[in-house]
Design a protein around this ligand. Structure first.
Ligand code: B3K
Ligand code: ZN
Length: 876
């Protein structure tokens, strides 16, 4: 396909005001009759034909203003339908098509998931349901009649409010009519038909309007939907309080399906979810699952305003809804749980996914300027970095300044398809600031590198920070401009307390936040009587790679004393990172920290500090990932050396911290029955982190402890954590434990996914054979995205040594899987191929094998646009 460019945007020539759909569900021959109320767009080109998108549709008939159209009045191709010379006035176009939901393995458009009819339209799936101008700036009011066999689909759901339902007389069929009064783009269309169980609860909005909330799941699983329902109600209340956003329909429904390409979808009034992010019970879901359910329920709900009421003008503006909505769900979770621990988790995710993306061939701006396949741009950059940009905006403008801009945005653009410029203008207007330099965050890709050095002048009692920013070249962007970002700062005195900050006149600060905007910049502080340790980028105020040039002593000091919890955590991580880089024998700049004593002492101090949140301490105990160490090394990366260094360090930590860890393990033993709340989850995470570090030593008693933990657990968090400790550290016990686990949960696909994922992650040479074997296990299916991601996805992204095996067999296996998947489900195939994104940073032998396999994929005929795009950019 030809690339689409942001600069080529033109308003649509025809608008659609109303859509009346009549969908007659049938497993293989579903009929769709679409009646479109259309008119020429005054802003479009006068006299244009009506051009509609289509994909894999069979056209039955067309009428224009009630008159059947003959073959010469239109042109149909596999991907479009053109009405050649329509009157230049309001028209009613009626189109009848048929499609085959059962044959739809791409899971885009209308398909069946375990027998349930469901839809996924974002980004361009609506064209697989009917011919339509499938672009987000065409907003229409939808009325949908859904008809099906009563037995096959007793539940029929659509967007908006229910208006009518009944039996189709003289048949075994019934129907329901739904009307959505809010104009929306077609990507937000949805319908569901199936045999489903549900739970429902009432909700009353801030202004007293009643809403009926429903969650529909597979029969027999309704008791696992209550946590999602609770999260939904909390999200609705929170959005009223934090953003003044109230719900706007009489009903809000969520449906959980087993076969879904991603996490969930924010269709207006009818969210469709991957069942992984709805279903939870203490026996089957971990604390992390509960937290993810809460976050994703909130995310999709928050889209009701950021995405649905105000949508995107075109797909280049995707971050306008996604980055903003991720920011909103992060804030929600921070308010519901521990803010510092949430921030640590979010930054970890940002670094592991987004920094990796930014450092490789798939790097792109938060708002890309060109794409070949839009589905490949639902990325960590658009989502997570997009959220960071909104967070920086809030830091720069302050709580009130941010809220005033948001209020104006909701007010001014309600009912519109907006752009990033529209969004930023709201903030510059209400705050009277120029955001043109800040806007570079949307346009320039790559992670800024920020070098900081501090100089204390004892005589002048002053402290100077010299800051240098660079932005490395990325695909299509050899040269960059300096960025504007907030760098939150503290100067920590020898007593461990923050010193008062007295910025020199003319130094650009807002309180404790430095405004960095130049390639090189200095900040001077007066009245600094003693040498401070600078704590820079507190709370990760800017998504940059920071080098603060601090030695082991200063880092240890911050790891013990920094009043900013994020930087206190980060100081320990930096210590560990320096150690791991040098221990893996790949140190570049002569950083050599072979002795981990400082790290041990810092961890011990945190473990013994009763004032700290256990969830926070658990984070302190976890050392940087193999991927992060690899990125720090940068080039000629040897995953085996990194893995060995990390294993050795964790062994050392387990031994050195043994008495403390043993005490913590006992101290945080469960009291009472399982509850997924943040405090209880935090205690479990610290206890499990202790169990894990102890078991890393391989000590007999430590393995026995993990085994007992596994066998006596009364919840999935503890049981699965112990299983993974055994799988990674106790080859003798592992098989029996894995078998027992499978036996117990074999009828529960979401738990079987955990079992598959864990085995895929075992960093031993046998892993590839095991994964191959598991692809033949009855529980596995190439047709279900969750199974594929659990087994093959985890092997490719969470088992660095085995995916990047020296003999290239890991690469070959994953490339083969991509090719096999491509003809069935291109989106899932393309996502999997993304695992190769850091291939250029590998040492030469592994690099060559990755390149060979990428080329093999590229050479395959008839690749989907999805895989063709990823492979071309990966090799580019
Ligand atoms: N908007 C959807 C993602 C759609 C992905 C299409 N390939 C879910 C979300 O971000 O909330
Ligand atoms: Zn989203």
């Amino acid at each position: 396909p030809k690339p689409v460019r942001l600069t080529d945007y033109r308003p649509p020539d025809w608008l659609v005001d109303t859509v009346d759909l009549d969908v007659r569900l049938h497993p293989s021959v579903t009929t769709v009759i679409a009646r479109l109320g259309m008119r020429p767009n005054p802003l479009g080109r006068h006299g244009s034909p009506i051009v509609l998108d289509g994909d894999e549709l069979e056209l039955k008939s067309i009428t224009l203003n009630g008159t059947p159209l003959g073959g010469s009045a239109y042109a149909a191709t596999p991907s479009s339908l053109t009405i050649l010379a329509p009157p230049q006035a309001a028209v009613t176009l009626q189109i009848e098509t048929v499609l085959d939901p059962s044959a739809n393995t791409k899971l885009m458009g209308l398909y069946r998931s375990s027998g349930t009819y469901c839809t996924q339209c974002e980004a361009e799936g609506f064209r697989r349901i009917t011919y339509f101008p499938d672009r987000p700036d065409v907003l229409a009011v939808y009325t949908t009649r859904i008809e099906a066999e009563r037995d096959e689909a007793p539940v029929l759901l659509g967007n908006g409010n229910p208006v009518e339902r009944g039996d189709v007389e003289g048949t075994t069929r019934h129907y329901a009519v739904w009307h959505d009064p809010w104009p929306k783009p077609c990507y937000l269309f949805a319908l569901v038909g199936g045999r489903l169980d549900g739970i429902s609860e009432p909700f009353v909005t801030a202004t007293g309007k009643p809403v009926e909330l429903g969650i529909y799941v597979e029969p027999g699983k309704a008791d696992r939907a209550s946590y999602a329902m609770d999260a939904l109600k909390r999200s609705m209340r929170w959005d009223e309080e934090a953003f003044g956003c109230e719900y706007d329909l009489d009903v809000f429904n969520i449906v959980a399906v087993a076969d879904f390409n991603m996490g969930a979808m924010e269709n207006k009034g009818l969210n469709v979810f991957n069942d992984k992010y709805v279903l939870a019970s203490p026996e089957t879901a971990t604390d992390t699952d509960y937290a993810n359910i809460e976050a994703i329920i909130a995310h999709e709900y928050f889209h009701n305003w950021t995405g649905n009421r105000i949508t995107c003008r075109d797909w280049f503006q995707l971050c306008l809804k996604e980055g903003l909505t991720v920011f909103r769900d992060q804030e929600f979770s921070s308010d519901q749980r521990s803010r510092p621990v949430k921030r640590i988790g979010d930054v970890r995710l940002l670094k592991s996914h987004q920094f990796a993306e930014d450092a490789g061939p798939l790097a792109h701006p938060v708002r890309p300027s060109t794409y070949r396949e839009i589905n490949n741009f639902y990325t960590a950059t658009v989502y997570e970095k997009g959220a960071e940009v909104v967070r920086m905006l809030k830091t720069l403008l302050g709580e009130e300044g941010f809220r005033s801009g948001m209020d104006l945005y909701f007010d001014r653009h309600d009912g519109q398809a907006a752009t990033v410029e529209d969004f930023l203008t709201c903030f510059s207007e209400t705050n009277s600031v120029d955001l043109s330099q800040f806007a570079l965050w949307y346009a320039q890709s790559g992670t800024p590198q920020v070098e900081v050095s501090g100089h204390w002048d004892a005589d002048a009692r002053s402290y100077r920070l010299d800051i240098r920013q660079t932005l490395p070249p990325t695909p299509g962007q050899p040269d960059k401009h300096a960025m504007l970002f907030p760098l939150a700062l503290g100067l920590v005195g020898p007593d461990g307390k923050d010193m008062p900050l007295n910025p020199d006149d003319g130094t650009n600060t807002a309180g404790t936040v430095l405004l960095v905007s130049k390639p090189e910049q200095s900040f001077l502080f007066r009245d600094v009587p003693e040498r401070p340790v600078p704590s820079i980028n507190r709370g990760f105020s800017a998504p940059v790679k920071l080098n603060a040039n601090l030695g082991t002593e200063d880092l240890t000091f911050l790891a013990r004393h920094d009043s900013d919890p994020f930087n206190r955590f980060e100081a320990g991580q930096t210590l560990a990172l320096h150690h791991l880089v040098s221990a893996s024998g790949q140190s570049r700049e002569g950083i050599r920290i072979d002795d981990p004593t400082a790290l041990v002492e810092a961890m011990d101090a945190s473990l013994n500090d009763a004032s700290l949140d256990p969830a926070f301490v658990a984070q302190v105990l976890s050392v940087p990932s193999e991927g992060e160490v690899g990125r720090e090394i940068g080039t000629d990366v040897d995953p085996d050396a990194i893995h060995a260094a990390r294993r050795t360090l964790r062994h050392t930590l387990g031994e050195a911290l043994r008495p403390t860890l043993e005490r913590v393990y006992v101290q945080h033993a469960p009291t009472g029955t399982y509850s997924p709340d943040a405090i209880s989850a935090g205690r479990r995470s610290l206890r499990n982190a202790s169990l894990d570090l102890l078991a890393c030593t391989g000590g007999e008693a430590d393995i026995a402890r993990a085994l007992t933990h596994f066998e006596t657990a009364d919840n999935m968090t503890d049981r699965f954590f112990a299983l993974s400790v055994l799988a990674h550290n106790a080859p003798d016990v592992r098989e029996a434990a894995l078998t027992a686990f499978h036996e117990r949960f074999k009828d529960d696909p979401l738990v079987v996914d955990k079992w598959l994922a864990l085995q895929a992650q075992i960093a031993e040479p046998g892993a590839l054979d095991r994964v191959r074997e598991l692809t033949r296990h009855p529980a596995f299916s190439m047709g279900n995205p969750n199974r594929v991601r659990a087994l093959i996805g985890n092997f490719a992204t969470a088992n660095q040594t085995q995916f990047h095996r020296l003999d290239g067999a890991g690469h070959t296996f994953v490339a083969d899987a991509v090719l096999e998947l491509d003809s069935r489900n291109p989106q899932v195939a393309a996502r999997l191929l993304g695992a190769f994104k850091s291939w250029r940073s590998l040492e030469p032998v592994r690099r060559a094998s990755a390149e060979r396999n990428l080329k093999r994929v590229a050479d395959k005929r008839d690749l989907s646009p999805d895989v063709a795009d990823i492979v071309a950019r990966s090799l580019g």
